[in-house]
Design a protein around this ligand. Structure first.
Ligand SMILES: NC(=O)c1ccc[n+]([C@@H]2O[C@H](COP(=O)([O-])OP(=O)(O)OC[C@H]3O[C@@H](n4cnc5c(N)ncnc54)[C@H](OP(=O)(O)O)[C@@H]3O)[C@@H](O)[C@H]2O)c1
Length: 244
């Protein structure tokens, strides 16, 4: 086997996922990019210009049959899966007393159940390979909580418990699983926050700035080269978790 990896990054049409996919492509790896919407020609040109090989598979990771199809297509086309990055995620913020069942379910379904579907299907292949990395993108909010994000925090805390459990379960066959908990990272998700919320967020970040998607991508890359780190939650948040 050469040292080029086959990597799946869910939710990689923009934001953190796009930065993660880009950094793997720049190193010449093969990256399966994913999102619910079609990838524009412009975005595909951008990915193609980075190096490596990009292969889009469009669909919703909370749809079990789509996930099975995505993993099957990856295995059939590229023969293996070295890294799965569960990045796709959503928010549907509301105060607890106003939060609807739909707000709660839809957030848990994408962030937690989607992560379960992709990890389960990829693990079947990684266990046979006796190697593989599962990297789940959680959030600082999953550790410290946040007003108006009970659903999101529950989903991201769930991702942490899920990651630790599968890390124990998959370790005997050399498959590792870790979670990354970003703080406030510049992306469409944080762009939609009000100025007040952004200002409050800055107050709680010791390094006094939002993070960049590339800073999360750097950590994903680092983890994907390690074989003796598993079941960990790594915070990339400017120190925010210390103020939790
Ligand atoms: N930005 C932050 O400050 C921050 C902080 C902590 C954690 N995070 C986490 O980091 C991850 C990425 O966040 P981001 O800020 O980059 O988000 P973003 O800019 O909103 O991008 C989300 C990506 O996920 C895709 N996506 C959403 N739902 C999907 C689904 N059901 N199936 C497949 N793809 C889906 C979106 O594409 P489509 O719209 O086409 O589906 C898009 O590519 C999320 O898990 C988020 O919770 C972000």
């Amino acid at each position: 086997m050469d040292n080029k990896k086959v990597v799946i990054v869910t939710g990689s049409s923009r934001g953190i996922g796009k930065a993660i996919a880009s950094s793997f492509l720049k190193q010449g790896h093969t990256v399966i990019v994913n999102g619910r919407s079609e990838f524009s020609a412009e975005l595909m040109d951008y990915f193609n210009g980075l190096g490596g090989k990009v292969h889009p598979i469009v669909g919703d990771i909370s749809d079990e049959s789509f996930v099975k199809q995505m993993i099957k297509e990856t295995k059939k086309t590229f023969k293996r899966i070295d890294v799965l990055v569960n990045n796709a995620g959503r928010t549907k913020d509301n105060l607890l007393i106003r939060m609807t069942e739909e707000d709660f379910d839809s957030t848990l379904t994408v962030n937690l159940k989607g992560t379960f579907f992709t990890a389960r299907e990829a693990a079947k292949i990684m266990l046979k390979q006796r190697s593989g990395h599962i990297i789940n993108i959680s959030s600082v909010v999953g550790t410290v909580g946040n007003v108006g994000q009970a659903n999101y925090a529950a989903s991201k805390a769930g991702v942490i418990g899920f990651t630790k459990s599968i890390a124990k379960e998959l370790a005997p066959r050399g498959v590792v699983a870790n979670a990354i908990a970003p703080g406030f990272i510049e992306s469409d998700m944080t762009e939609s926050l009000t100025d007040d919320v952004k200002e409050q967020a800055l107050q709680s970040i010791p390094l006094k700035r939002l993070g960049e998607a590339e800073e999360v991508a750097d950590l994903v890359n680092f983890l994907s080269d390690q074989k003796y780190i598993t079941g960990q939650v790594l915070h990339v948040d400017g120190g925010m978790v210390m103020n939790g």
